[in-house]
Design a protein around this ligand. Structure first.
Ligand code: HEM
Length: 244
């Protein structure tokens, strides 16, 4: 191998491991009352690998997006180091992450204090003729249920990243603006959202081209909603048995 090429490879491996190390440092330094470390260290990455192992077409498409953007994983690390804004232009990658977080949200819902004069006015509740007062109650917004409701997400148990790339409400897979709530919505939504998405993107760019993934659960592992890697609650939602 010529020395120049060998240097380039060395250099690109160095950059890649530096990016991965920075990612791990951010994880260990992140602090949040809601266990942000485990929220984005353990869960999203594993479920993304898991669903992509079940949907090879989506895996091919996301890999193609990375190849097109970076021309290969060895160049990706270098390009991302010199221009981190490149992660902002990966629409299919973002769609894959969003769809994985919809199917397997690490935080399934959240509480809000009810307010005087702010009743619930969901169409289904209105249908029986009344508003439902929220004060003086604690109201649980069940994000998991919303994101798994057929009226809100067509074919809700399927992994369809393309739904986030649809053009408008005439498309049956169109996602309404407030439907996707993995980071919740409003003034108390997740302050780490942007950071989490950037880091998840970097990790999957750096790993997807180099590895194939498959789940290794025992044959007799029970299925929940068709998945051996169903979610279990450990402060936040984690994959069953903790791992792939
Ligand atoms: C995929 C990764 C993540 C997911 C799915 C997630 C999800 C959420 C959700 C749903 C909430 C709202 C909880 C509520 O309304 O009660 C929340 C709040 C919060 N998140 Fe995240 N989060 C993630 C990563 C992070 C990271 C990386 C950080 C910090 C570095 C972070 C920091 C926070 C903080 C401080 C709050 C509380 C905000 C407030 O109460 O005003 N999160 N997160």
């Amino acid at each position: 191998m010529d020395a120049n090429l060998s240097d380039q490879i060395e250099n690109s491996h160095f950059r890649r491991s530096r990016l991965l190390r920075q990612y791990d440092m951010c994880e260990s330094e992140a602090t949040s009352p809601r266990s942000a470390i485990s929220v984005y260290k353990l869960t999203p990455r594993k479920h993304i690998y898991y669903v992509l192992s079940l949907y090879p077409d989506a895996l091919r498409r996301v890999r193609a997006e990375h190849d097109q953007k970076f021309g290969g994983v060895s160049k990706a690390a270098e390009m991302l180091c010199s221009d981190p804004t490149l992660v902002n232009d990966l629409p299919y990658t973002l769609a894959v992450i969003m769809e994985s977080l919809r199917l397997f949200p690490p935080i399934g819902g959240s509480y809000r204090s009810g307010r005087v004069g702010q009743p619930l006015c969901c169409v289904h509740l209105k249908a029986d003729g009344r508003d439902w007062p929220t004060y003086p109650f604690a109201c649980f917004i069940n994000d998991y249920a919303i994101m798994h409701h057929e009226d809100v997400f067509k074919d809700h148990e399927l992994f369809i990243p393309e739904r986030y790339l649809t053009k408008g409400p005439s498309d049956p897979y169109f996602v309404s603006p407030n439907a996707w709530r993995a980071f919740e919505k409003g003034p108390r939504d997740c302050i780490g959202k942007a950071m989490a998405l950037i880091q998840i993107k970097i990790i999957i760019i750096l790993t997807l081209s180099s590895f194939d993934f498959r789940e290794m659960y025992a044959d007799d592992t029970p299925l929940v909603n068709g998945h051996k890697m169903y979610q279990t609650l450990h402060v936040t939602a984690k994959p069953s048995q903790g791992c792939l």
